[in-house]
Ligand binder design. Sequence first.
Ligand SMILES: [Mg+2]
Length: 253
Amino acid sequence: MTLRPLSEAPAPQLRSIRLLATDIDGTMTRDGRLPPEVLSALQALHAVGVEVLPVTGRSAGEALGLARYLPRVKGALAENGAVKVVPDAPHRLLFGEADRPRLLQVARAIADVGDALEPAPCAHFRLADVAFERAGRPQQQLQRLQVRALENGVHLSWSSVHVHLSLHPPDKGAGLLAWLKEAGIPPAAVATIGDAPNDAGFWTAGRFGLPVGTSEVAAQAAVLPALPAFWVGHAADGWLELARALLAARGAC
Ligand SMILES: [Mg+2]
């Protein structure tokens, strides 16, 4: 599939979007933080009837904080779509459950000599997987680790910040479909955006109405099982490009 710039997306397709499902790290962030323009855009999107749903690889605990404090955000999907969190409601495991001792044992078994995978400090707030610091590991090394993990019956994915090990295939799209079913929102009315292999479930052909990737996706195309239909710029700048396009399609820009 050829990636097309978002400017080529047909206006009716943009106008039909009712929910933006978005990755956080490397997608909404700039230098690891949410810029003020992104927070303003959350308000503006809500005002024109577009809901924003964070779907992150971060832990259930961190996603709950995001859902509680981000403007106009009502809930989130954590741990690559496996955990539904809504403030003041019980969290729910949509799929998967972490067998932490086994996943840590596999992490030790697959690591390169002298380069142990370091568990991320958010371990206490995770329910469905185990996350390790990516620590700048290049794609080729992560691909090797992914092959070794699968040989041990474990799934490995990664984002710009973490390496994830889980007993279930990580799939943000599957979690999102479950959320949409409960919310009564058709997947065709959903835009998705991400920047890394742990976002690939957002881009499975035919799943969602407007699958978008940041400019980082092109360099990772070889390791992605699915590619977005459209691309935007780098990280938060790309996310804002999508937000502005959605706003403009509804006559708000
Ligand atoms: Mg990301």
